[in-house]
Design a protein around this ligand. Sequence first.
Ligand code: GLA
Length: 721
Amino acid sequence: MHMGRVRDWFPLALLAATCLAALGGIVQTAAAESNGLAPTPPMGWNDWYSSYCNVNAQLVELTAQEMVNNGMKAAGYDYVNVDDCWMAPSRDAAGNLVPDPTRFPNGIASVAAYVHSLGMKLGIYEDAGTTTCAHFPGSYGYEAQDAATFAAWGVDYVKYDRCNIPYGDFPGESEQQVQQVLYTRMSNALKATGHNIVFSMCNPDPGDDPWLWGAPISNLWRTTTDIEDNFGSMLGNFEGTVGLYRDAGPGAWNDPDLLQIGNGGGSLGEYTSEFSLWAEMAAPLIASTNIGTLTAAERAIYENPNVIAVDQDPLGQAGVPISRADGLWVMTKQLSDGSRAVLLFNSNNSAATIATTATAVGLPGRHVYRMQNLWTNAITETGGGITAFVPGHGVAMFRVSVESKRRATKLSPHTVLSLNAADTQLDAGQSTTLYESLTNNGTSDVKGVALSLAARPGWQVKPLGPARLPLLKPGRRFTVGYRITAPASGPPLAMSIFSGAASFDPPDGKRTSSARLGELVSAPVSRPLATADVTTHPASFGASGRAFAISSRGLGVYNPPFGAASTDSYAAIYKPGGAGRTSSAEVTVTADPAAGPEGGAGLIERDRMAGPKRPPAAVVLYVSGNATIVMAWNASGGADVDQHSAVPSVTVAAPVGLRLVRRDHVYAGYYSTDRGKTWNPVGTVTVAASASAGKQDVGVFHASGLSTWTTTATFTNLRVR
Ligand code: GLA
């Protein structure tokens, strides 16, 4: 369920001019809220993504207690924040806000008292408009009264949203100007209570740009659209925030939204990235998940003291991105002790080496440096190179400082094992060369190096040179090449993992190291089928027997909310001219990891699939990233899909059967969740005559739904009659 308004826009990456300016530590600090609160980014919990509108007193109190028990409170998480839906539908006769009597039977003050008794603080949610996003009473016109109510209840933090603002009451003023007026009103009202109340602005729509005006009146402001529990959304919010580092500082923070760790939509590696990126950006660390069901590994992410210390560093500088080439990010954050928190982030799907240097991250040159790996705790020394082989969607994070030569001799040299393939994608049976290297970034010798490589069954691996080296000098790299050949047959698309291993003797004892690289192998699509890629990021296709797979990144076929024209971006496997005027197409979607209403996988019919960038559109029937069945079509001619209908109450999980029956310009869509025993109607639609003349191209398509991530959908049993 998603109670918020639809925010389908995408934040533009704001990195353009960020690079070198801040490297000498010249980061401008914003003028902060005069309430003097939040000298470091707030840490805590918010119920929204675990409970949405089911929040209640018991949940809040149990969560607070659990945070004491599980160590989160001790780690610094001290705010317990209630989001939307805590209220009764209307104010009382005196105009006061009323907590929902069933879910908060003893009111908010009693919850605040309980939370305070644990040494924690209570946050609450309101809205600058007439109603909140979930349509409970807003504070518009009641700012002073509501602020006084919150203070009387003992509330310590207010998140203030921007739904349903009556802009018509402010003729001639822009939405941003009106927000400035209303947010200033609430900011002043909260200060007037004399209580310490953190003010958190939530106005992340395009044009709100709160980082330009929020610092004097608030402690934090949302920078980006509502986060979702998937890597692509997390990446979008990171990219939309990272360039705003100049606007953050003590008491005034960029807020890329609540942490998703624990909600199930990311891998541990992806959640580790989320936590590291948020800490590097000096973002609030507010967990929005069911705290009681966190696994030990998820808790270890939330409670990593090294990374929390980066976020909470008293200098209060947000990390500066110094490069982002090809989706490989290097960031540096100056810390109060003179060290730098260096983040190497790989936003791509496959592992890669990311390298920078001590001087590039802002440390003085010509030294030996101490590197603490903030996730493994390993401490090494480097002569300047800072390198890691970083898994796809993963991070490496170090705290780097100048070290004395004498102390550095007691540390192991910083070594990196990395894998790199000449081709990252092969057809079945094809060969390429894979290189495995060990690099010594330290200032002392590494001895007795032995490298090895393991592959999945079916692969042939031939080393092209010796895999042992007696001595690897400082600053040198030892590389072994291997000729690798993919199995002759396999699934349509498969990621095969290669594992490299190294053993060697640094001065303080024997070490081993390992690295993993994926190689995408596809069974090529052959005639009579063809492929079409209407995306900006190359898609991959595979067909094997009755199974198909499409790996692609794209927003989808129908993108209604903004702009008149749809921004088609999807990839398809299709039969050219396969659908006659009276025809029927059927497929089973077996996996569909997409996001949002436009992302998804399903059937597509249009009259020129591989035509110009925006071919005339006809009709699509698909399982959306929201797991509902959607039919979208071109009703009015031209190049766009302009009509959209979803089966309202259906939520489906793959495998889902889809059937599209054509009678000239009329298409009927059906779906089945019981392997074709029953077919349920989705709709019968009439497509513009110009868009559905004669024979149509017909096939399967996939769009990931976000411009930031690539996902793979699979299909079986495509039949066209
Ligand atoms: C908006 C906010 C979310 C959440 C919901 C509650 O969508 O951006 O963080 O507070 O409202 O309705």
